[in-house]
Design a protein around this ligand. Structure first.
Ligand SMILES: [Zn+2]
Length: 113
């Protein structure tokens, strides 16, 4: 389950920010999940409780939002929506697309005290 290691990274980022920006508790965190990132929202919620236990985000409310996959076709240069990582271009059916959005999980918003 790679959700655990993703959230361990998030916890480290939060701890770094807490030190540099002087907060002690995260009240609410919004994570943006890319459609191509293979992150399961259910698994993520479960892992969140496990990973954030006893951390500054132990009481945090978790909000999950989705980001659509998007790529640039390497032949016709149009931006094409991607449902899967290996989709072809919807305009010219070229198989090589440079993914520009939706392949990762990001911290989108953070409310701290
Ligand atoms: Zn194309």
């Amino acid at each position: 389950m790679h959700e655990l290691s993703l959230l361990e990274n998030v916890r480290e980022i939060l701890q770094d920010h807490a030190g540099s920006q002087n907060f002690t508790q995260v009240k609410k965190i919004t994570l943006e999940i890319g459609e191509l990132s293979c992150v399961e929202p259910e698994a993520l919620r479960f892992a969140f409780d496990v990973v954030m236990k006893d951390s500054l985000a132990a009481q945090a409310k978790l909000i999950l939002t989705k980001q659509k996959g998007l790529g640039i076709c390497q032949r016709c240069q149009q931006s094409t929506p991607l449902k899967n990582l290996y989709d072809s271009c919807i305009f010219c059916e070229h198989p090589f697309i440079t993914v520009i959005q939706g392949h990762e999980m990001k911290i989108k918003d953070l409310i701290v005290i």
